[in-house]
Design a protein. Structure first.
Ligand code: ZN
Length: 304
């Protein structure tokens, strides 16, 4: 099996995860979770979103969270910004990196931000200027890459076009999102081979949701064609607010699989499992992760 030696994980629980929990999680508890995640050694944490408080009341305390978390040297703290106002807020909060987002599908982009994908690209130029003046790196996140719930399959040429535009804006890496968990491993292998060939110098991260239980299989397929950066969420927190819908690929299940495969992450798995328990406690949800329930494979001899 052709696998990278090391994988870089960006932890999404505090942003993509918490934003889907209907109840407001107290600021203190968000900080507690992010600090505990930092302590696992994870290299990237998406810590906040600077989308307007009206649109996303669950994360309305983003400034306070960013001001009070303990920044671990070796961890970078990213935030999501939708527009110039968000970009100025992110700069004031001292984000290490900001992310801009759009959907490859026009229909999904319309539903999300009320404009076409092309118009989003034009509008994001302002954010890029602000970030460039401040010397802050920006990543570009493109959703619905492996399928759109309104339009169905995304043609690979369309995905390549979006990537090209995002790179032309000045993003230093792209995050390709399977927004509603539509990818399958063969599709991942084919699309990623095509994109890696076309953009050999571009760092590509993949962001899978696990709606249909194919998240880890998709990551395994992507690793075999040279992808080594993935987003995941502690406890599998996140996803659609639809009852029963699954969230992001679960971080501790992913790290457990990678370590079993001999792939390094730099993450302390025991501490991450403790974070998953904390995430369940502070969201009051029963989270979908497996390892938090079954224990690590290496512990089975002494369990039960
Ligand atoms: Zn997501």
């Amino acid at each position: 099996m052709n696998l990278p030696e090391r994988v870089i994980i960006c932890e999404q629980g505090a942003r993509d995860g918490i934003q889907t929990v209907p109840a407001f999680i107290p600021t203190e508890r968000k900080i507690e979770l992010i600090d505990a995640l930092s302590d696992t050694g994870v290299p990237l944490i998406e810590a906040a979103s600077f989308v307007s408080a009206r649109a996303l009341p669950q994360l309305r305390d983003a400034e306070e969270v960013m001001a009070r978390i303990k920044r671990r040297p070796g961890t970078r703290y990213t935030v999501i910004v939708p527009n110039a106002t968000g970009a100025y807020r992110a700069l004031a909060a001292g984000a290490d990196e900001m992310g801009v987002f759009l959907s490859a599908s026009d229909t999904h982009n319309q539903h999300n931000v009320n404009m076409s994908t092309r118009d989003s690209i034009t509008a994001l130029a302002e954010v890029m200027d602000i970030a460039k003046d401040a010397g802050i790196p920006v990543y570009g996140a493109a959703g619905t890459i492996f399928g759109c719930p309104y339009e169905g399959d995304m043609p690979p040429e369309r995905v390549a076009w979006v990537m090209e535009e995002v790179l032309n804006l000045g993003c230093y890496r792209v995050v390709l999102g399977d927004t509603t968990g539509m990818a399958n491993p063969r599709q991942v292998e084919q699309l990623m081979s095509y994109l890696v060939d076309r953009f050999p110098e571009t760092p590509i991260s993949l962001h899978f949701h696990d709606n249909r239980g194919m998240g880890l299989a998709n990551i395994l397929a992507a690793m075999q064609v040279g992808i080594s950066r993935f987003d995941s969420s502690v406890g599998g927190l996140g996803g659609s607010p639809t009852p029963g819908a699954m969230g992001n690929v679960c971080s501790e299940d992913l790290v457990h699989m990678l370590h079993e495969l001999g792939v390094e992450t730099g993450i302390d798995l025991d501490k991450l499992i403790a974070c998953a328990r904390l995430a369940g406690e502070l969201t009051g949800k029963s989270l979908p992760g497996h390892v938090v329930k079954a224990g690590k494979r290496s512990e089975l001899a002494c369990a039960n």
